[in-house]
Design a protein around this ligand. Structure first.
Ligand code: SAH
Length: 391
């Protein structure tokens, strides 16, 4: 096992439980520092601090797994997974069979996400360290709950930074069907685990969808950036008088149509429209009582923030203009680099420029299966505001 010694003073965040160590904090290594390995981390006075996974190719050299001297093996992962599952089953299990089982740092398993969709698991290994324990994690998952199959969708920017290629395919059991039916708060949705966005469904918006249902009665709704129509189904279930489901992705909207059918809303008033939401919001003559604005992340890097803020402002400004008096806007940002306070400022600027006065009726965010570690607040990415326009 590799041993890493930190520079003086660089141990403080680690002692407080932060799970990341960048290359600049490391004074020296003992052992083979060319390979991906489990590493023990010491302060500059050789006191043992924590244990994690080391990747020489990443600037983020170590992601810590534990602050105890425990062996990192299949039973270590099995215990973490069992803990994660217990809370999800207790809180969500009665009315949901799809949820995020492992949320990386939020479940003290940095570099790993696992989503459960009925009897399938979808894994994302983001780091070389986690990837090196793939077999153990797959074995632990197989033993955790009855599964038809375990599928992998490891892709994205973090993998590139780790020096890893995308990796997709079956890890165990049967390949997933073309579409799988999941149940969320007693609504049913078709999910494409192989080609759908994220791992197939935006599990992180479950609570906000449920909240929307409580606001929908008698209202005309625009579900903008609708993906497969999650908010639309809840809007109809909550008694919306009409719902426009808008997205730029044809495959997503095909599933949205099917999801409306599946929940008995095929003939309910409304439309499913494919197009560019930026253009639509600016140009449409329609007015709505309730708008959901859930765009994809507009800031992928810290450096994109100015352009991203401009994008969010544009969307919110035009959405606010389309609201009838007393109307409600549920507006979101899933950009990790845009903190909540800044997002609120951007939305405030949009309201000022739109000439609307609004109140915040609720702060929205991660549901309980997307926990954020208190020691790693950077893990918060999803933030939302429910606004009520007064005039
Ligand atoms: N609210 C959805 C998730 C939205 S994800 C849910 O609860 O499931 C963001 C969506 O924005 C994706 O479906 C993507 O296809 C869509 N999208 C991206 N760019 C777009 C654009 N310019 N106009 C309209 N939709 C867009």
């Amino acid at each position: 096992m590799l041993q890493l010694f930190l520079k003086p003073t660089r141990d403080a965040p680690i002692r407080r439980g932060h799970p990341w160590i960048f290359s600049g904090a490391i004074e020296r290594c003992e052992g083979d520092e060319q390979i991906v390995d489990v590493a023990d981390v010491f302060d500059s006075k050789k006191n043992w601090l924590a244990r994690g996974l080391f990747n020489p190719k990443s600037q983020l050299r170590v992601r810590l797994l534990t602050w105890q001297k425990e062996t990192i093996d299949q039973s270590f992962f099995a215990a973490r997974l069992a803990q994660a599952l217990a809370f999800r089953s207790e809180q969500l299990g009665a009315t949901n069979n799809a949820y995020r089982l492992v949320n990386g740092e939020g479940d003290f398993l940095p570099g790993l996400t696992v989503d459960r969709y009925a009897d399938y698991f979808v894994c994302q290994f983001y780091t070389a360290g986690m990837e090196s324990f793939k077999d153990e994690i797959v074995a632990a998952l197989s033993a955790l709950a009855p599964t038809a199959g375990i599928f992998e969708r490891s892709e994205g920017r973090v993998r590139e930074e780790e020096g890893l290629e995308p990796s997709l395919g079956v890890l165990a059991g049967e390949p997933p069907p073309e579409t799988l039916t999941i149940e969320e708060n007693r609504h049913r949705f078709l999910v494409d685990l192989r080609r759908g966005q994220k791992t197939g469904f935006f599990l992180d918006q479950r609570d906000s969808r449920q909240f929307l249902a409580t606001l929908a009665a008698g209202r005309s709704v625009l579900n903008c950036f609708a993906y497969t129509g999650g908010f639309s189904v809840y809007a109809f279930a909550g008694g919306a008088k009409e719902v426009v489901t808008f997205d730029s992705s044809l495959p997503a909207l095909e599933l949205a149509e099917k999801n409306l059918q599946l929940n008995g809303f095929a003939d309910s008033p409304g439309e499913v429209i494919k197009g560019d939401a930026f253009a639509y919001l600016k140009e449409t003559d329609s007015k709505f009582d309730l708008i959901v604005l859930d765009p994809p992340s507009l800031a992928h890097r810290r450096g994109d923030m100015d352009a991203a803020s401009g994008g969010y402002k544009f969307l919110n400004l035009h959405a606010l203009k389309l609201l009838n008096p007393g109307g409600i806007l549920l507006t979101f940002s899933c950009s990790q680099h845009l903190p909540r306070e800044l997002f609120q400022k951007v939305v405030f600027g949009a309201a000022v420029d739109a000439g609307r006065k609004a109140t915040i009726v609720k702060q929205l965010g991660h549901p309980i299966d997307h926990p954020v570690s208190l020691h790693h607040p950077e893990g918060e990415y999803l933030k939302g505001l429910a606004l009520r326009v007064i005039d």
